[in-house]
Design a protein around this ligand. Sequence first.
Ligand code: ZN
Ligand code: FE
Length: 256
Amino acid sequence: MINVLAIPALSDNYIWLLHREQQQDCVVVDPGEADPVMQHLEQHSLTLRAILLTHHHGDHIGGVEALLAGRDLPVYGPAREHIGARTHPLDRGDQVEIPELDLVLDVLHVPGHTAGHIAYAGGGMLFAGDTLFAGGCGRLFEGTPEQMLHSLDRLACLPEDTAVYCGHEYTEANLRFAKRVDPHNRALAERLRQVIQQRQNGHCTLPSRIGLERQTNPFLRADNPQVRQATEALVGHALPTRLDVFTAVRALKDAA
Ligand code: ZN
Ligand code: FE
């Protein structure tokens, strides 16, 4: 059984730490800061075996250099992005083997937030970086709506019970926005109610599940007639295609 632990970092980032129960080997995904990771390694006598990166933004790689000091570790990251510390460039179709955790992860190329963004999927888990968020998706800094829609399609077809680990705690704001473009979705209203409660108690709202995202994330529901109608009403004109709906929902979220 692999444990996945959320280490909060910066203002709203999560660094994901994976290890097997009763064992000391671990890996981290997207260490935007080193200190909280090092504290955790020390407190729990864990040994870091590898670093996995999803994209080049500072809030995801900022801790890498400091974590490498005095350690000889593989640093996996997107082949299509410039990341100085990366030792193992990855592209779609590649696999990452972490023998210490008896874990193999598939690499998916999911451009949109950044051009080379990758995600890692395996063992019933998805590490989505800033591509798929709980109730939302990443901003389009380096990609087109079409690319992002295609990337999200790729993630949405993972098994429904796949646990989704995202780069940020954005769930409540995402779901509040989602209600505007999907106002009659009961599952969404119920999820928002739960998430508000979780946040009031200071809890992490992740991981999500692919099935839940398909039901409640408007960026995975651009083909839903109710989402289209509500979005058309907000923008004041017809949105004939799924891509038109997706593009409009993304633009509304950017402006929110
Ligand atoms: Zn980012
Ligand atoms: Fe980020």
